[in-house]
Design a protein around this ligand. Sequence first.
Ligand SMILES: N[C@@H](CC(=O)c1ccccc1NC=O)C(=O)O
Length: 306
Amino acid sequence: MDGLGGGPKCGAPWKRMSKEELENQYSPSRWVVRLGAEEALRTYSQIGNEATKRAQATGRNLLDVPYGDGEGEKLDIYFPEAVSEALPFLVFFHGGYWQSGSKDSSAFMVSPLTAQGVAVVIVAYDIAPKGTLDQMVDQVTQSIVFVQKQYPGNQGIYLCGHSAGAHLAAMMLLANWTKRGVRPNLKGFFLVSGIYDLEPVMHTSENAPLLTTLEDAQRNSPQWRLKTSPTQPVDPACHILVTVGQHDSPEFHRQSREFYQTLRRGGWKASFEELHDVDHFETLWNLTQKDYVLTQIILKTIFQES
Ligand SMILES: N[C@@H](CC(=O)c1ccccc1NC=O)C(=O)O
């Protein structure tokens, strides 16, 4: 036995990993194949910055719109050329392990989606150490409530998140909308290279300050919560796509696959896609391209269902 609960046969694989191996598995930049780790992170923010500058300079948009009273509770909305209230909205939550990243460098998918008639919302939330995970989940919930109230005639709200942002998006499967007084018209989820079980992450140096107790980790783990007390899909038609990059680490692959399986068992309309020959970051860079396979999947999902 490993002292972390679970024997060699029944325990999760991460429980048998050394501290170094776990650290490695949960450091996405170390798995990048075409660049060094630091260069990959630099390139990632550079492409994000450029895409955001371009989106802000070329299209119609509303920037720094408050969705709550807090200083950090702001979002940017990028509109398609044709003005209409009946637009589909894609709401994006950036990654960065809940402690880095910003909306100001995350408008990757704006140009190809607005060109096809989708409004794109990029949400800021209070990353650590200012925000706790519970607060981030609450802010993300508020941002969706805001979009629904502001655009009640929307043709569907689709949530998209990358890495830690995919975790925040997935937590919305468990949100209590009744308490918020509005039911958002959620039609789909695009979860990109996400983390759904936070327990292993508790044991990594980067994330230990965020998750101090097992209870914190479990309360904020969509995988744990949907597995232990499955909820009925709110809307049986709501589609959930779980994707992972081919070059993401084996732990990221395991997390995505197991979350997808839990969703299917719970009766959700879920699908799983391993994205060919991309790492943790390239998937998002590629969303700047209209012909990229994930951009096309997103557009097909939105327009088949609206
Ligand atoms: N220090 C991390 C950084 C990281 O995980 C990350 C960076 C940018 C966007 C998403 C990330 N991962 C999850 O949220 C790494 O080694 O890759």
